[in-house]
Design a protein around this ligand. Structure first.
Ligand code: HEM
Ligand SMILES: *[C@@H]1O[C@H](CO)[C@@H](O)[C@H](O)[C@H]1NC(C)=O
Ligand SMILES: *[C@@H]1O[C@H](CO)[C@@H](O)[C@H](O)[C@H]1NC(C)=O
Length: 482
């Protein structure tokens, strides 16, 4: 058949335009079929960039809620739209919205991390998984952090903390509390949870990865992301060796988990690998992810607990009394038990109140996997959703007099999904129990063994990109028994 070439060329030239017109026609049709489609109020800013700059400026000053979210809530309401990092995003606030978004994980939304985070944490980690694989990995972590697992973990954490204090605090006058909690959390995750020995230089290498996690994914020699990628390669090498050794060890013993390995997470993951449930990459990516998830969060929670204790002497004396009573019922040097942990009720209230006022995680991003109807508004498929901790933690609807530090408020029931430092729904923090033990046990040994005070009670909190005390929280210490 004869085809006029000029017509053909014209057709090709016009193709993008035709495509655009027909797409927008289809889109329009789809849009208007749904009669009530109404986007949330809010400003999208410039194309692509949107309000990214405002978002990051507020974040770097640790004023994300005060300077970015709060003014928009006042202007548009608790649910508003914006555009951050190229994506149209709906920010939701309040217990109802938290519940709606968090409990509909996999059904209406799925977690959505920045490209650099996924690259550095590994594409096969639990946070990138849904349905069956997600359930399987939660199960493996869950058996280690279930009740029987915790009974075994408590004495191990006790001896890690005691050893750390005896070798790093003894004889010192000033220490950085934040640095101490970071080193210790790292050891606890590796040695007590995973069952991997920490070797020289490992913490530094991991921290280099973490520094790149929220930085722009620019592969330029010397950039944060580039350095982080290199550190990630080193870690992979190290962990591949560890995994292969563990596998060999388990094969020699006839594929059985030894009694003493019963709760070690690495053994469980390697067992899963040998049974063909997960791949070697999945084992490695999840080890990296666990360290990442535990590290800055737990250390920040401990640091803020001490900040509050330093600022509220009456809370401190009440807390100290709780620990002295526990200590007086033990022989010198004896490890704590789960029963002792259960007696630390007030301490856990103090820690939760500190996390309410200073949540280690601001909130996190989701992506709509379908058009979502919520409160008469539509969140279109493909848009991002940001849920926040501050949206409820600082709201007097849920916490009376929200700016005052009042641990006893946790004696009364709290509205579900109003206190969300650990998130909620199917992605509720998988390490919640470990974080709790880590915080309570560390507090116990420090307050019973040391007099301490904050060298800078007004030390500001900075974000990079997670919050941390800007001076590393130096404290002055002296041993109670020296
Ligand atoms: C005070 C300390 C901690 C805080 C505040 C915290 C907070 C959170 C939050 C908010 C989430 C949910 C993120 C989302 O919904 O997108 C989460 C998830 C997670 N956390 Fe934690 N976390 C802490 C400690 C830990 C520790 C010690 C571990 C492990 C050893 C851990 C492992 C995880 C894992 C594996 C997930 C992903 C769960 C999933 O996707 O199903 N976290 N954490
Ligand atoms: C405390 O627990 C650790 C780890 O389980 C153990 O090695 C140590 O012997 C225990 N200490 C005492 C005094 O029982
Ligand atoms: C500890 O810090 C205080 C206050 O910053 C300082 O005066 C003192 O010299 C420090 N002591 C040591 C041993 O570093």
């Amino acid at each position: 058949m004869f085809v006029d070439t000029s017509y053909n060329v014209l057709l090709w030239a016009l193709f993008p335009l035709i495509a655009l017109v027909s797409f927008s026609f289809l889109w329009h049709k789809q849009c208007c079929n749904k009669e009530k489609r109404k986007l949330p109020p809010g400003a999208m800013g410039f194309p692509f960039i949107g309000e990214t700059k405002e978002f990051f400026n507020a974040q770097s000053r640790n004023q994300l809620f005060e300077e970015f979210v709060q003014p928009r809530i006042q202007k548009h309401g608790k649910i508003f739209k914006t555009r951050i990092m190229g994506s149209p995003t709906v920010v939701v606030n309040g217990a109802e919205a938290n519940k709606f978004i968090l409990s509909n994980e996999f059904k209406l939304v799925k977690s959505s991390w920045p490209y650099s985070t996924v690259q550095l944490m590994g594409s096969e980690s639990i946070m990138e998984k849904d349905s069956d694989k997600h359930r399987y990995l939660r199960g493996v972590i869950g058996t280690t952090l279930g009740y029987a697992g915790l009974e075994v973990l408590v004495p191990k954490i006790c001896s890690s903390v005691q050893l750390y204090l005896a070798t790093n605090w003894k004889g010192e006058e000033n220490v950085s509390l934040y640095r101490s909690t970071k080193v210790l959390t790292f050891r606890i995750v590796f040695e007590c949870l995973l069952g991997i020995n920490v070797e020289q230089g490992m913490l530094d290498t991991f921290e280099r990865v973490l520094e790149g996690v929220f930085s722009p994914a620019i592969m330029f020699p010397g950039s944060k992301f580039w350095r982080a990628k290199k550190a990630r390669v080193e870690i992979e090498k190290m962990l591949t060796k560890v995994v292969k050794e563990k596998k060999k060890e388990m094969e020699m013993e006839g594929n059985l988990l030894r009694e003493k390995d019963g709760i070690m997470l690495l053994s469980k993951l390697v067992q899963g690998m040998m049974q063909g449930e997960i791949s070697e990459k999945e084992v490695i990516d999840n080890v990296v992810l666990l360290v990442f998830a535990a590290h800055d969060t737990t250390s920040f929670a401990i640091a803020m607990t001490f900040k509050m204790l330093g600022q509220y002497p009456h809370c401190y004396s009440k807390l100290l009394q709780e620990h002295v009573e526990i200590m007086n019922n033990k022989k010198h040097g004896e490890n704590l038990t789960m029963d002792d942990i259960k007696k630390m009720k007030y301490t856990w209230q103090v820690a939760r109140e500190s996390m309410r006022m200073f949540p280690p995680i601001f909130g996190s991003f989701r992506k709509a996997i379908t058009d979502i109807e919520y409160e008469g508004l539509t969140i279109p498929k493909g848009w991002k959703v940001l849920w926040t901790t501050y949206g409820t933690h600082y709201n007097e609807e849920y916490f009376k007099d929200p700016l005052s530090f009042n641990p006893s408020r946790f004696e009364e029931a709290i509205t579900p999904y109003a206190f969300v430092p650990f998130g909620g729904g199917p992605r509720l923090c998988a390490g919640y129990q470990l974080a709790k033990l880590n915080i309570l046990i560390f507090v116990h040994y420090v307050v019973t063994q040391y007099h301490w005070f904050l060298l800078h009670p007004e030390e500001p909190v900075t974000m990079d990109p997670l919050p941390y005390p800007s001076l590393g929280m130096p404290i002055k210490i002296s041993s109670k028994y020296a």
